[in-house]
Ligand binder design. Structure first.
Ligand SMILES: [Zn+2]
Ligand SMILES: [Zn+2]
Ligand SMILES: [Zn+2]
Length: 325
């Protein structure tokens, strides 16, 4: 995974819709996300549409999650859209190469092994028997008396015969005819969550729940995630915003920083500082999972950010309890 996409992933993990969708991957509700076929609009990811409440937004979210390296995808199908009305209800018409009519009759060619006579099946048919029109023998055993020698088509409009028809596309919605050149083809994917993303995401989230509970038990009203407006007028997002009492101006803001490397670097400290500089909360906590580099800790101290290092839920609550006293 690229470094730039790592930052993007961290942003996405904070997004509510992403959280709901990835939650379904993490709790096993979705193993592989496969689209359902819808004759009008093509393929749809209904479970994602429920999360984002819109079909186009569903695909945009999946694209973003794929681009950031959270989801991986596999080609599921290719879908053809009508160039005129964008319907996905397209059928293939096999046409006569001479007059382009699609009113053609497909037959199989039969060869009588003994006399070598070859014709379409209909000309051998006598009731439920097959009889050679040339030598009048009955054809009983396939592969011994006779063999099938391919297909043969006859055009019901112009009467000509041919073996390979030409394909044309027909839109069932607007009744337009198209060739391969005209149509729009779109790749359709199935998705699954990447192993690394699964670890990253679950690490952060498994802690938000207990953290919220701990704060509520201590008399805080908790929003996670939540936006606060700064002096500049900009809105800043925090993983957790906790308030005590209705009139209290002083809020506590908490961000979570996880690292798959040994320790969390200065980056989340700088990001949190930029936000608290504008918002001026009463307290700011940065939870570093599993721990934070010495440089980052020094910087946090300078910025008046309290650091809580924790490898798991138990450590987190214990340390936070001490810090909040
Ligand atoms: Zn024809
Ligand atoms: Zn014969
Ligand atoms: Zn159409």
């Amino acid at each position: 995974m690229l470094k730039t996409s790592k930052a993007e992933r961290m942003e996405l993990y904070k997004d509510r819709q992403t959280q709901v969708l990835l939650g379904k991957f993490l709790n096993g509700e979705i193993d592989r996300l496969e689209p359902d076929y819808d004759p009008r609009s093509g393929y749809r990811y209904r479970i994602v549409e429920e999360v984002v409440s819109d079909q186009t937004k569903a695909e945009a979210l999946l694209d973003r999650l794929y681009g950031a390296g959270i989801l991986e995808r596999k080609l599921h199908d290719k879908i053809i859209f009508c160039p005129k009305c964008s319907s996905a209800s397209i059928s293939i018409h096999y046409c006569c190469p001479y007059c382009k009519s699609y009113d053609i009759q497909k037959s199989s060619l039969i060869e009588h092994v003994k006399c070598g006579y070859m014709d379409i099946e209909a000309n051998f048919r006598r009731g439920d028997k097959l009889v050679c029109p040339k030598c009048h023998d009955e054809l009983r055993k396939p592969e011994i008396d006779y063999r099938r020698a391919g297909v043969w088509c006859t055009c019901k409009d112009c009467g000509k015969s041919f073996d390979i028809p030409v394909a044309a596309l027909f839109c069932r919605e607007c009744h337009g005819d198209f060739t391969f050149e005209d149509i729009v083809i779109k790749d359709v994917y199935s998705y699954s969550i990447k192993k690394e993303a699964k670890e990253e995401a679950s690490l952060g989230w498994t802690l938000i729940g207990p953290l919220r509970q701990f704060l509520q038990e201590n008399g805080f009203k908790v929003d996670a995630p939540s936006f606060l407006k700064g002096k500049s007028g900009a809105n800043h997002m925090f993983d957790i915003v906790a308030r005590k009492g209705d009139t209290a101006k002083k809020v506590t803001v908490i961000d979570l920083a996880t690292s798959t490397q040994p320790a969390v670097s200065e980056q989340p400290v700088i990001a949190l500082f930029a936000k608290i500089f504008d918002v001026s909360p009463g307290n700011a906590y940065l939870i570093a999972i599993p721990r934070m580099t010495e440089n980052a800790k020094k910087m946090a101290e300078l910025y008046n950010i309290q650091v809580v290092e924790a490898r798991n839920e138990k450590e987190l609550i214990k340390t936070l309890k001490e810090k909040m006293k």
